[in-house]
Design a protein around this ligand. Structure first.
Ligand SMILES: Cc1cc2nc3c(=O)[nH]c(=O)nc-3n(C[C@H](O)[C@H](O)[C@H](O)COP(=O)(O)O)c2cc1C
Length: 161
């Protein structure tokens, strides 16, 4: 079964998770970018309200065709409890009757209105396999600790030479 990991990331955490997950399951991955560069300020001022309304946003045209895949993993950060607006743009690109798994990332590991999201996806004709949220802060801290450990080991090895 060929799977596509389609993701949006503003600050890199979802990107990191998308890379990890796509490598784990041997899937292709593709990053969706907003048409206009998003600043952190506009993410908080406008993005959160757009996310809450499940509005979509103009994104760069996809250079992959979701049609060609058996299943799609959709990944995006949580903004104000809801998937970032680019998530809604990605959803519009998926043909009806396609199987989707949703993996969202957030600092708290929580999201709001999971049932509403499932309903939203099903109303667009998608088959929802799973919806889950990854708590990213901990994973990033773990990664930093791991890098520090590796660096320390490397320095100790060089000292010993
Ligand atoms: C505008 C904005 C709103 C956010 N709202 C929430 C939130 O409601 N709950 C939460 O746990 N994290 C929230 N976060 C944190 C992100 O969901 C989290 O850091 C995510 O993993 C970032 O993904 P990215 O680096 O791929 O953009 C918010 C971040 C931004 C920029």
């Amino acid at each position: 079964m060929n799977t596509l990991v389609l993701f949006y990331s503003l600050t890199g955490r979802t990107h990191y998770e998308a890379k990890r997950i796509s490598e784990e399951i041997g899937a292709e991955r593709y990053e969706v970018c907003e048409r206009w560069r998003r600043t952190m300020l506009s993410a908080y001022f406008f993005g959160v309200a757009q996310a809450r309304k499940r509005s979509f946003i103009m994104t760069e045209p996809l250079a992959v065709s979701p049609e060609d895949y058996d299943s799609i993993v959709l990944m995006a950060p949580i903004w104000g409890g809801f998937p970032a607006p680019a998530f809604n743009s990605m959803v519009r690109e998926i043909p009806r009757h396609k199987e989707v798994e949703v993996i969202l990332t957030s600092d708290s590991g929580k999201m709001r209105d999971r049932a509403g999201l499932k309903h939203y996806l099903e109303a667009r004709g998608l088959i929802v396999k799973d919806i889950r949220v990854i708590k990213t802060e901990d994973l990033m801290k773990r990664e930093r600790r791991y890098r520090k450990r590796m660096l320390k080991a490397e320095l100790e090895r060089k000292d010993g030479e």
